[in-house]
Design a protein around this ligand. Structure first.
Ligand SMILES: C[S@@+](CC[C@H](N)C(=O)[O-])C[C@H]1O[C@@H](n2cnc3c(N)ncnc32)[C@H](O)[C@@H]1O
Length: 342
């Protein structure tokens, strides 16, 4: 099994990480955890992962892991190791949610690839940590630690949603998004193009795959009140945002946590997506390629798949191999909308 570079750095520093009740936030279920359990057999380990795929990997190893948009527990952790989040906006949120599970003795570690932004953790975390310092560097990764500063106010997740109105084709939808969720502040150019070329969803059962804050699903649900919407995403923060967007617009939907196709079981009349794209992470391609290869099985005969993607991505042949027809509905600003019939 491969061991993440960040886990190798943690392994190198295992002797520093002794604790009674450690909490591991968004760490992979790899050899670092196995080694930790061997080295500290009496420690009571807790896990939190907001990525559904990582959560499943912890479950497979019987780790007590929470998959949610924020961590909740009735105990104090003396050590918390956090994988530096992909978005800096998520850093403050992750630290704020720890207010109720820390005390003045809790040590927080941050581990991340050098190019992840972890270098600026001392500055970014200054309201939450004191004595923040760099402990080690190896395998292109950095390790920082500091002591948690108790926050004056209890954590309230509702205060962390960014809210903005979206005007699409004469319709106004209120969007709610937690830190780091796609489309957190404005409509994405690709999503905008996709929404301009929607098929007729009257009475259709529709899946919005990779729903983010629920922009696409909410627009369809409010434009076609007779449609039924399912929204799927790998991120607990995205799913919580999409739920909030639906509630605020008095819309109904079903929300599915899935890693690519792992939890997609239903049959739909139509699937729509602005799928995960390349962000320097190979897994984003893999998730989308698996989605494109397997989604046809979940679409009724004569049903449709409509997606938007960067024009340079070679998705058309993958779609064409599984669908009766696929056309480029529009190409603009570097994006292409593909419309396929099963
Ligand atoms: C380009 S964003 C689109 C978000 C939203 N539909 C929009 O248009 O604003 C892609 C979404 O795919 C989700 N995603 C990434 N990897 C995934 C995976 N393996 N399985 C399911 N969803 C994934 C991300 O969390 C993100 O919300």
């Amino acid at each position: 099994m491969s061991v993440a570079n960040t886990s190798q750095l943690l392994l190198k520093n295992l002797s520093l990480l002794k604790a009674t009740k450690p909490l591991f936030i968004n760490l992979p279920a790899d050899a670092f955890i196995d080694e930790y359990k061997r080295e500290y057999p009496h420690a009571q380990l807790s896990f939190f992962n907001s990525h559904y795929g990582e959560y499943l990997a912890h479950q497979a190893k019987q780790h007590p892991c929470q998959f949610s948009h924020y961590y909740q527990a009735n105990e104090i952790h003396d050590l918390i190791i956090i994988a530096f989040p992909k978005s800096k906006a998520e850093l403050g949120y992750t630290l704020a949610m720890l207010n109720e599970v820390t005390d003045q003795n809790t040590i927080i570690y941050f581990v991340g690839e050098k190019n992840s932004g972890v270098k600026s953790v001392e500055k970014l975390a200054k309201n939450y940590l004191h004595g923040c310092q760099k402990d080690d560097a190896a395998r292109h990764c950095l390790l920082f630690s500091g002591c948690y500063k108790a926050q004056a106010k209890p954590f309230d997740v509702d205060e962390w949603f960014v809210q903005y109105p979206l005007d699409i084709k004469g319709k106004t939808i209120q969007i709610y998004a937690l830190p780091g969720v796609f489309s957190q502040e404005r409509l994405d150019v690709g999503t905008k193009l996709l929404l301009e070329y929607l098929p007729d969803y009257t009475g259709k059962k529709v899946l919005d795959f990779g729903c983010g804050a629920g922009v696409i699903g909410a627009y369809i649900a409010s434009s076609y009140p007779s449609s039924t919407l399912a929204l799927a995403d790998v991120s607990a923060l995205a799913l919580a945002s999409a739920k909030q967007t639906f509630a605020a617009n008095q819309l109904k939907g079903k929300f599915i946590a899935t890693d690519s196709m792992s939890n997609i079981t239903d049959l739909f009349d139509a699937v729509i997506s602005n799928p995960p794209f390349h962000q320097g992470l190979k897994t984003h391609y893999q998730a989308t390629e698996r989605f494109l290869s397997e989604i046809a099985k979940h679409i009724k005969v004569k049903g449709s798949l409509t997606i938007v993607a960067n024009s340079f991505l070679k998705y058309q042949p993958i779609i064409a191999s599984k669908f009766i027809s696929v056309e480029q509905a529009v190409k603009a600003n570097g994006f292409t909308v593909y419309h396929a019939i099963r």
